[in-house]
Design a binder for this molecule. Sequence first.
Ligand SMILES: Cc1ncc(C[n+]2csc(CCOP(=O)(O)OP(=O)(O)O)c2C)c(N)n1
Length: 376
Amino acid sequence: MPIKPLDFYNLLSENNIDFFTGVPDSLLKEFCFCVDENKSKEKHIIAANEGNAIALAAGYYLATNKVGLVYMQNSGLGNAINPLLSLCDPDVYSIPMIIMIGWRGEPGTVDEPQHLKQGKVQTDLLKAMGIPYEVISKQEQDIEKKVTAAINKAVNDNTPSVILVKKDTFDKYNSARPSPNETSTTREEFLDVILAQLSDDDIVVSTTGKTSREIFEIRERNNIPHCRDFLAVGSMGHCSSIAMGIAVAKPNRKIICIDGDGSLIMHMGSLTTVGKLKPKNFYHILINNNVHESVGGQETSIKFVNLPEIVKANGYQHIYSINSKEQLADVLEDFLLNKGPNFLEIKVEPGSRTDLGRPTVRLVDSKKAFMRFLSK
Ligand SMILES: Cc1ncc(C[n+]2csc(CCOP(=O)(O)OP(=O)(O)O)c2C)c(N)n1
């Protein structure tokens, strides 16, 4: 039977876990909602990336002598490896924490291509890192035993200790979250307008999650070849760097990078590279819905920063911020005509179609077609 998020949360509380941080994951979203509703913002921090979350839990331990809990999708383990091995490892500072990892791409399950390799090497990676782990699932008879074993291991051995969570382990959490505003312009509608404005030669690089899925479907609907788009379905936070790599190599082509707020924040340091190189052909669009919509809608920290000021300070040339289709129509042509690097923030309500599909082409084939398109 699936585990009730509140029961799981209570079990952690009984074991003195009172600090939570991480980057959201669809497999863990019900648990995240539960933590969010039960903890203050100082005790539940949605971090910029998974490495930051490990470091936050390490700091919390140093200040309190208490074990914190870090949650993440297994895609984020790469971000976490550095602070796990060079800060928390028993050979370094020996800092205990519980790490809850959503196991996407578990062998034997059906999942997206970007999750398959990570899922396959998941347990081997933990073994190679010397991190003890327990696996839980909805079939599990004795969750309590496994969770307390993981916590005891962390506390007794002063080590990070993992709880690996299989798909569908958690039941729904009935939270008081507001439902999406269905009358406002959706991300997909904005994307439709943007893609329609681009010329046949323009290159699109788009971010992880539903944005890329929507772009794929818009192209399909309009019978436009997919070779114009590089969909960064994995490597969250890196689409602007991929786009920058293309921009410097193809100075005579326009590169349109379509980013998300969670993704931009995840590796925000990449903005400084844009500032350093200032490619005239780089057009950065941020679809800002204030949340990690693709994995459940958990808040990002974007609303606490003045993003137009940040990109300005990083050397972007022309900066626009809009929140309606009318405003988009007013600025889009200018945005794409003016020499870059330019930045366009589109403020949008969270939400997407429930019947949104996934790219149906093989990724290596779309890479080849994209490279042919770039070499034109
Ligand atoms: C390194 C990494 N961490 C976490 C995830 C899980 N994940 C996929 S999409 C996504 C949310 C992206 O948020 P944002 O960029 O704001 O786009 P939105 O989903 O709101 O469109 C997350 C957290 C991931 N794929 N990779």
